[in-house]
Ligand binder design. Structure first.
Ligand code: SF4
Length: 429
């Protein structure tokens, strides 16, 4: 490997890290340095979030320790047989960059991953050293997300969880068969075993903290939990299969997040990989469906009912597609419906539903009250009932899908035009 300056390494290793989508920093514990001690914070105003032109979050210093790798995963630009320019940071360089960028307010934390050098344990040891040095020598209190290396020793992963806010291990592909075909050195069973181990340690640490309440604080373990990433479109798996895998991972290992990353075609890729990336909208629809499963209480079957040929529709978001496929559930009475039904109304989010439930004991909600609560009254209007609004025959219309699907023109609820022409669509959500 040629000798490179720090700036050159940064250019190579930050670029190499952009393919990993799992960089969100939500869910960790609060730490700060407002008392003048320590460095960094995981909370508060003044932390900037920036997004790369391709939409990925770059608010953390997001780098690889190295883009050299002894594995040869077909979908990865850093694979052993790839002709990319290689670079490698030392532990000290990553620490220096993190502290320097933090002090300049460029970043709110560190997202560190790596290709595998020498062995999984050697690589994991280096990642752990970065986090340990930041925490113990620099009293760094910012956010740290470490990727765990497949097949690294459980002891090293355990130490990683003592220093990092979040750990993640990538499941990579939706099925074990696809992983075997495209990443033969990895094995789905071993990846899941590592996730199970981390989940067990997170649960143990939470129980220890609960027991120790008021009697000193035992060490925490990955307080922001664990996450994973699945590549979408590198193999033929449909959206149903992808969501089934995500749902199983949430249930089995209590993951905080599954990130979906649309496959990016790479230079000199093996011939059996797609030459084009799937539409980014597919990735977006998967996130929306994931949100429905994780936070809105939808079952896989309910999300699946809106699919065609195993895929989520691209022209309409999955919640609206669900409503269209289940018109018998609507209109939903805003003043009487249970929470789970309110959450199934397109345009009603978690906060709005909580607000509706909080207001109901005190007053009867009319259409104007609801319209004030929601971001887009027209999105909600076809699906709800209030004392002064009833969608009447709207729900039976054969062209309802066209009416509620963005992009839209016109306004269904506007007064009729002088010519009496029927408006074509609703306004955008
Ligand atoms: S182990 Fe990771 S870095 Fe190495 S080739 Fe596979 S995906 Fe790429």
């Amino acid at each position: 490997m040629a000798r490179l300056g720090l700036k050159e390494k940064l250019a190579i290793l930050a670029d190499a890290a952009k393919y990993d989508a799992s960089c969100a920093s939500s869910g960790t514990m609060r730490r700060h340095s407002v008392d003048g001690r320590g460095l960094g914070s995981t909370e508060g105003m003044g932390i900037c979030h920036a997004y790369a032109p391709d939409g990925r979050c770059i608010s953390l210093l997001k780098i690889l320790l190295t883009n050299s790798c002894i594995f040869d995963c077909a979908y990865c630009i850093n694979r052993r047989s790839s002709a990319v320019r290689r670079a490698r940071f030392t532990v000290e360089e990553v620490v220096r960059l993190t502290v320097g960028f933090y002090r300049r307010n460029y970043i709110e934390g560190l997202f560190l991953s790596s290709g595998i050098i020498r062995s999984p344990d050697y690589t994991m040891e280096q990642l752990v050293r970065v986090a340990r040095t930041l925490r113990t020598e620099h009293d760094f209190r910012g956010y740290i997300h470490l990727k765990t290396i497949p097949d690294a020793s459980p002891d090293l992963v355990r130490e990683a969880g003592l220093w990092a806010d979040r750990l993640s291990i990538n499941i990579e592909l939706p099925t074990a068969a696809a992983l075997k075909a495209l990443a033969p050195e990895k094995e789905a069973g071993r990846i899941e075993a590592a996730m199970a181990d981390v989940a067990g340690r997170i649960a143990e640490a939470r129980a220890d903290r609960a027991r120790a309440r008021g009697r000193g604080r035992p060490p925490v373990f990955a307080p922001a939990g664990q996450s994973t990433q699945m590549i979408v479109g590198a193999d033929p798996a449909d959206d149903r299969t992808i969501l089934q895998t995500a749902d199983a991972l949430y249930r089995r290992h209590g993951l905080r997040r599954v990130y979906y990353s649309a496959f990016s075609p790479i230079p000199d890729a093996p011939a059996h990989l797609p030459a084009r990336r799937p539409p980014l909208l597919r990735e977006h629809r998967l996130y929306q469906a994931d949100w429905m499963l994780r936070l809105y209480g939808f079952s896989l079957e309910e999300v699946g009912a809106a699919m065609h040929g195993g895929h989520l529709p691209l022209d309409i978001d999955p919640k609206r597609a669900f409503a269209l496929a289940n018109r018998h559930l609507f209109p939903v009475d805003i003043n009487r419906a249970p929470r789970e039904l309110l959450l199934r109304v397109p345009g009603l989010g978690l906060k709005v539903v909580a607000r509706i439930l909080a207001l109901r004991p005190h007053r009867t909600l009319r259409w104007a009250d609801l319209a004030r609560l929601v971001a887009s009254p027209r999105t909600v209007k076809p699906w709800v009932l209030t004392p002064d609004w009833r969608p009447a025959a709207l729900l039976d219309r054969a062209d309802l899908r066209a009416l509620v699907a963005p992009p839209v023109q016109g306004d269904l609820f506007a007064p009729p035009s002088p010519a009496g022409a029927r408006p074509a669509t609703l306004s955008p959500a």
